[in-house]
Design a protein around this ligand. Sequence first.
Ligand code: FUL
Length: 463
Amino acid sequence: MSTLSPTPVGFAPTPYGPTPSPRQLAWHRREQYGFIHFTQNTFTDKEWGLGDEAPATFNPTALDCRQWVAAAKAGGLKALVLTAKHHDGFCLWPTETTSHSVAGSPFRSGQSDLVREFVDACREGGIGAGLYCSPWDRNHPAYGTPAYVDVYHAQWRELLTNYGPLVELWFDGANGGDGYYGGAREKRTIDAFTYYRFDELWATCRELQPEAVIFSDAGPDIRWCGNERGLNSFTSWCRIHPKGIAPGKVDNLSRLPLGEADGTVWRPAEVDVSIRHGWFYHPNERPRTSDELFHIWLASVGRNAGLLLNLAPDRRGLIPEEDVAVLHQFRHRVETFTAYDLAECRAIEASSTAAGTPAALLDGSRETYWAAGRPDAEVTIDFGLQVRIGGIRIEEAIQFGQRVEAFQIQVRVFNVWLDVANGTTIGAQRILRLEQAVGDQLRVRILAARANPILSRLQIYAA
Ligand code: FUL
């Protein structure tokens, strides 16, 4: 087996299918980040407020957004997305569009702007800030008519204009119909495909926040994974056919986790899940264990998705101490799992090379790559001695599109090759736990790909 050859061969590969935009690529690199669900529901013990909550109900006693940021960082989260407005319509900033906001609450004597405190704390802490502003508004009297949609667009315009650069804009799909609606207390239905004029609104987002990714069930930058349990599917394509999906409407739910191998747009999956059972704080709920969070991480980030982990500040306006402790343990768990890379500085050999070099897989960079000369190809790493392997991380060079459809991991023990794992798609990253495989060589065999595979990184974690 030859040692590292630093000289790349061949020409830069031609991309296969759609590829990520710069803002999508930056999103892929964040991998895990957090949600903050905080509003009237925190004080009323609800998940969906009706919209008739008095602004005076909202009154955190010790709110400190810097504590949220510290908690996020304790868990290794790279950004936070705040519910600036949830379905009950209460705005956490002093909007000019409605009086149903923090301006009417006793919190900071009605002088507060929680969105400002939030973005300032994120920037001070060096993490990205994103915002959620619910399309469904159970408070607004005009909900269901075109007049409300103008209000909704104006709310986003305030958020997009006054709070500096944002990394993610979150468009929820829920619409339960009934609400307070200025006292009408009735059921109102809308057409999810046309009512909100999302195309127009998203064009405004692009103009005012060009770096921010836009999330909804349907994208346009990142799509929902189709469940709130923290699990992406084993197979997950970053591509999808955009037809038939709108925020709150999906013709076939399984399209969301799986994506579509022949999809025409790049729209990877985001996995949203809460650290507790509900999205909002409820005094009778406890956080998940760090073990559960580690499994969620493997089933989301480890399956080519972004992980949006929800944190729920309590009535003080602080993330509960027990949740912060779990976040610390979760981060420690991930860091321990990935601490020692057995592949670093080892000899690596490929069955074929059309461009780049197999050594690029071990150089730590995502810019360099190995492009195989055939759809089925393999790379072999020689550890030089028997090692105990606990996990593996494989990355495709997604700047050239997503290609791999099936792969296998084998380990050589006393000259016999044993299968230790099989997989389908890889994408931005596939992370697998291997049950203590022992051997002196490991090979990644690409069994099927839609075009010659191009990998950018390979890490093999010591058990
Ligand atoms: C859902 C909403 O209905 C929940 O309240 C929560 O905000 C979740 C993240 O999205 O669609």
